[in-house]
Design a protein around this ligand. Structure first.
Ligand code: AAL
Length: 398
């Protein structure tokens, strides 16, 4: 068998073999009379494109993945506060009976780009530090203080540290987050940093170098500070590596992230946004970007969780598969399982839920952020704050 396989690999590339396998499985796919009946397909010999698609997609078999998100107001310190930004909460972990979350926090006005003053805040998430809050019931949150602040002047994280995610692993706590170095301009390339602590209350020690960087393999056009003017775009993550989310999976560390491209275009009625994954044997890295990247062509802020032997995810805004829940058996090859009405922004899932109980158990509740916008002002001049989400399953699959 080994010899035959070796010969086959010589004749065709492994990729060719893979494509052929897919082709054979899909052409051989057998549907039962029950499938035709469920989909009201009277004559399988005369099927419309929609009927063929309905059979192929199998959504009628995924009923338990469907449901509805809603948002609830939190009590305590992390709700709406005028002039304060609290956004992009991490997953909620539980330590000694107390829930913990980390988030980006900043105060002060956002001015946007091009003011001529490089010290002025350009985005709500600019000049942001990572703060944390705790709660005993998941509703009433007490802000505890700063966890990770800017790095020393001249370092990769000297301007802003934001959009964190947390992983508790073997008695230690790891925060991964976006970093921007001064000055923050439209053409800034960002990085992902990591800080480590022995307790969720800190102190946190930052790594001296980023654990992930933008590919930077496109080419800008001209000198003007425009991220849309390019000679070539490069990889899906040529300019930004955002929303890092770390999972311990199959004895390795999977760092999921969102990529943004130099010369970003619009597609499918939204922004050109894709996700990738970088994998490491040891938690501090090195993280190696998967050869299969991009692993999505949709989605905005990351939301991934372990379900059974695979990884599930929610694709929020942007791209042709926005507002879908997806599953992959290997953490790389995701398939759409269901569509949802609305996806809360920047979901932070609760890591102590019994995920394997049901496909959407991991989404039962968590945190997200909302914007309080002021009339006549752009969205980025609004204040952002944390809220709670929940997910209700379809009645017939509870
Ligand atoms: C969010 C995230 C990242 C972006 C900004 C703050 O929705 O995708 O964190 O940089 O917006």
């Amino acid at each position: 068998i080994t010899a035959i396989f070796g010969l086959a690999c010589l004749l065709f590339s492994c990729q060719d073999i893979k494509e052929k396998e897919v082709e054979t499985t899909s052409t051989k796919e057998q549907y039962t009379q029950e499938d035709y009946d469920f989909l009201a397909i009277g004559n399988p010999e005369k099927m419309s494109a929609a009927s063929k698609r309905a059979l192929r997609n199998n959504y009628h078999k995924n009923e338990e993945w469907f449901g509805t998100f809603s948002s609830q107001t939190l009590k305590g310190d992390v709700g709406y506060e005028k002039g304060v930004i609290r956004r992009d909460p991490t997953m909620v972990i539980q330590v000694d009976g107390l829930y913990y979350t980390w988030y980006s926090k900043s105060v002060g006005k956002t001015f946007g780009f091009g003011t001529g003053d490089p010290d002025k805040k350009v985005f709500p998430w600019d000049k942001t530090e990572i703060w944390y809050a705790t709660s005993s019931d998941g509703w009433d949150w007490k802000e505890q203080g700063v966890a990770v602040t800017y790095g020393p002047k001249g370092e990769y994280d000297d301007r802003s540290v934001f959009t964190p995610e947390v992983l508790a692993h073997e008695g230690k706590y790891y925060l991964v987050y976006q970093c921007v170095q001064f000055p923050y301009v439209n053409r800034s390339f960002n990085t992902v940093g990591m800080s480590i602590a022995d307790s969720p209350n800190g102190p946190w020690k930052r790594l001296e170098a980023p654990i992930l960087e933008a590919a930077q393999d496109g080419e800008w056009l001209g000198e003007e500070d425009s991220r849309f003017a390019v000679k070539s775009q490069g990889s899906f993550d040529s300019q930004k590596v955002h929303d890092p989310t770390l999972l311990y999976y199959r004895d390795k560390f999977y760092l999921y992230y969102k990529g943004e491209r130099m010369g970003e275009r619009n597609t499918a009625g939204g922004r050109e946004i894709r996700w990738g994954v970088a994998i490491a044997d040891s938690i501090e890295g090195p993280y190696v970007k998967s050869e299969y990247n991009p692993i999505t062509h949709s989605g905005h802020e990351l939301c991934v969780w372990k379900y059974k032997d695979g990884i599930a995810m929610v694709s929020s805004a942007d791209g042709p598969e926005r507002q879908t829940i997806q599953y992959s058996e290997d953490g790389i090859n995701f398939e759409i399982m269901s569509y949802v009405n609305w996806v809360p922004s920047a979901m932070g899932l609760v890591t102590t839920l019994d995920n394997d109980k049901h496909p959407t158990e991991g989404l039962s509740w968590g945190l997200h952020h909302l914007s309080h916008n002021y009339p006549g002002k752009p969205w980025w001049a609004g204040d952002q704050y944390l809220a709670r989400f929940s997910f209700s399953r379809n009645r017939n699959t509870k």
